[in-house]
Design a protein around this ligand. Sequence first.
Ligand code: ATP
Ligand code: MG
Length: 670
Amino acid sequence: MAQPREAISLKDLNSEQREAVVHREGPLIVFAGAGTGKTRVITYRIAHMISERGVPGSKILAVTFTNKAAREMRERVRELLGEGGARGTTISTFHSLCVRILREDGHHIGLGENFSIFAEADQSALIRALLTEAGVEAPPGEILAAISLAKNRLITASDYPTETAQDVLVQGIYGQYQNQLAGMNAVDFDDLLLSVIRLFRAHGHAKVGWQRRFEHMLVDEFQDTNTAQYELLRLLWSGHGSLCVVGDDDQSIYTWRGAAADTFQRFAADFAPCKEVVLTQNYRSTTHILDAAHAIITGVPERKDKKLWSALGKGAPIEIVTATDADHEARQVVERINLARFAGKKDLSEFAVLIRTNIQSRPFEAALRESHLPYVVVGATGFFDRQEVRDLTAYLRFLHNDADEVALRRIVNTPRRGIGAGTLAGCGRFAQAHGISLFEAMDKAPVVPDLPKASVPALRTFVDLIAELRFDFQHGDLIAALRRVIQDTGLAGHWVESADNERQGEARVEGAEEIVRMLSNYMKREFAPTLAGFLEHLCLLDRLDDNDETGKGKVTIITLHAAKGLEFPHVFLAGFEEGFLPHTRSVEEGRELSEERRLAYVGLTRAQRRLTISYARTRSRYGEQQGRTPSRFLADIPPHLIGSGEEVEPEASAEDLAAGFFSAMKDMLK
Ligand code: ATP
Ligand code: MG
């Protein structure tokens, strides 16, 4: 284990980094390009405050963008301070932080402690129902996106503009949607932030309590904070202590979700006087990689240039791979992974395939499987959209919060129990007339008028089942209880029977097993595991880091958005084509291409030593083979940075090659 004193020796930092680490009171901006050690400044700052200045860990709050990033940051701080050295420190995402605040103080704004967090599918279901009720035909997705954007910009339903007919529609649905959520003791993802802001604005004592708790705050990836997150920071900042934000405007890739492009300028003005530190040395990538990334980002108009330098040497040239189609692209990439692995005795976790959208993932998964190379997919799995996962999480949510009517409606007749729409409508009317919840009405089935005869015992069985399961989760082994939900409710059988084919049935059961695995991981990590805690963990696994597996010994397939902040020795940037990068959507909607450029910049700058860019000449879409052209950004990369692709790994010797080959053969035969 690392010796704390020695490990956080400031020798591991350059002078600008050191300046940022030892800065004591007040606001501080670290504004710098990719790979310059911004995240390192955060971890060292935390360690330095605790071990050198005696700041209690519990007074420190560090906010990162994804759960994965938070886990890594915790790990790094632990390495610096030793086990237990950072006890009490909060390192989390904005969303997890808000959940914690609301569990403690949400009751001030009428939120019960066991509130549900609605995922996108639940939100859509709710919006769809509201639209049907209003007799309007509109795509729920669009309404939802409009509501979400409004929330991220802190616009409530009553403040929503009413200029166009569409505005009026959105405003009406927005208001009803919020009422329904409140009735179910539920919030959606965006509400987590809004509710805390509302809480802090209306209840000064709650705000001051949290301000005192977090005297020292640190925010990573600050360029991507939206208006709501920014406001939350402002509210949490008491003016005492310190507030350090780090980021890179060239990596701003969330303006489409309401992140303001000028966050740094705003911060400097709102939090003046504010110390600024600029970092210019990149410690991550070779200069070939940096120069290529720089060539792409300079295409952004009106950008303040910050040229980075690296002491790591030119390194290998960038390789461009042309493929006939998506499968060919994947095969070539996997071939290269295999070769590089044999040559350099590399661990598979050193390789990452970066993709723009989840449809690109399949061919890579297939090619990796064929070569018996383990892999993990991050950020594009669509895992939480799968039927079995939604069924199962609906059960868990309802077991935790019986006001969650969306969850109840999903599970009440899944698997089929003879509780049809008529029965539900009858119970619904009864619930409304008596001011009770739908579930309470079900419990009173014998006195509910006009129910189909057979449904009364069916409801009884269902209500009893829920009571038993709830007991199991409260008093027993969580894993056994979860298995009971899968088996005893008949869910597993239902998934298999209702599947289109055998394979789909199996995949569904595997999806459920994945949840069991997540629960068991969660239990290993948690000191006092509960259903509530596990649900929170599940709900907060955003689309971005929807996979809580560690990538050790595995190739990573990851979306560009999820790869932010991470680094890999060898990066394969796949699908570098018009349509993916820039994405068709941004070209068609005439949106700024700058954001697409920045996304490409994020992709390139994830690479440490090797970068392979690939594109396919055709892809099949809607069953048709379509021609593709390389991304316009490719032409920006100066030709002298690009190699023929035939360079061997510099460190490879014949012996290494042979040893690598035999160990791979052994893996395959296992
Ligand atoms: P990004 O913009 O991609 O988030 P970043 O600015 O946060 O990048 P880090 O991830 O903190 O950069 O650092 C990039 C790499 O450089 C890491 O591997 C880190 O350990 C290393 N590094 C940073 N500073 C130093 C230093 N002074 N000495 C040695 N290595 C360093
Ligand atoms: Mg970083």
